[in-house]
Design a protein. Structure first.
Length: 254
């Protein structure tokens, strides 16, 4: 049966990941995952789609909720949990969301890295975001990720995708929170066949065949591509997201 192979948090949307041994599931997903977001001068989200050098940023979570910002060739910067009045900006799908500004120091650090006017924002104690229909028929609560509170992928799914691609790539291309591995069943035990039903019809989408953990890397428009298959010969091969029914629990690496 499947077991958890690894757990990952991405403290800042579009920046590097943190590998963890355990993670607590909260209302909006894994606590500490995608609680921070960069926005431009108009309040629109800034991601690796337009600023691929964000892949070099490795935020380190601090006790109490702050962060240490790290990137090659740059001085570390400690950022405290912001306070004050919330500012309405846009999330990744253009919906309004109220976030707290992390201050001029963090803005200058990222501004010099990207050579652009940006602000680092964070979810505060009153943060609230739901994914509306038609993106999610259940109005799922979520942090500042794309369209799901928890992203799940499997090692076998990755192997199936790599086999269809022109170049190899790693799991970080999909930036999952939970990576699962299928454990071989014993000879005496019947083989378990997990069943997953997608929330919408299986589709095929195109994405750049590049590792989001690497920089420099090809621009999305010119790099090689791979078809990200949500189903393959009737089997679900990539699964992302979880609904609000996951509840409050602790997931541990096995």
């Amino acid at each position: 049966m499947p077991t958890v192979a690894s757990l990952h948090l991405h403290p800042i949307k579009a920046c590097g990941r943190v590998d963890v041994e355990s993670a607590t599931v909260g209302r909006h997903g894994l606590i500490g995952d995608r609680d921070w977001q960069l926005v431009d001068a108009e309040g629109a989200p800034v991601t690796q789609r337009t600023e691929p050098s964000l892949a070099t940023v490795r935020p380190e979570p601090l006790p109490g909720g702050g962060l240490v910002l790290r990137a090659p060739g740059r001085d570390d910067l400690e950022v405290e949990v912001p306070s004050g009045d919330a500012v309405t900006v846009a999330d990744l799908v253009g919906m309004p969301v109220d976030l707290l500004d992390a201050g001029d120091g963090a803005a200058a650090w990222f501004g010099e890295l990207l050579d652009a006017e940006v602000r680092l924002m964070a979810a505060g104690p009153d943060y609230d975001r739901t994914i509306p229909p038609p993106l999610d028929a259940m109005w799922t609560d979520a942090a500042l990720g794309d369209l799901a509170p928890v992203l799940l992928a499997s090692e076998s799914s990755l192997a199936a995708l790599v086999a269809e691609a022109s170049e190899p790539f790693g799991m970080e291309r999909f930036r999952p929170n939970v990576v699962v591995r299928r454990r071989r069943a014993s000879v005496s035990a019947p083989r378990a066949t997990p069943s997953v039903r997608p929330s919408r019809p299986a589709t095929s989408s195109r994405c750049s065949n590049v590792d989001r953990a690497c920089w420099p890397r090809p621009e999305p428009a010119t790099g090689p591509t791979v078809s990200v298959m949500h189903s393959l010969e009737g089997r679900i091969v990539m699964v992302s997201g979880a609904n609000r029914g996951i509840g409050a629990a602790v997931a541990r690496r096995l």
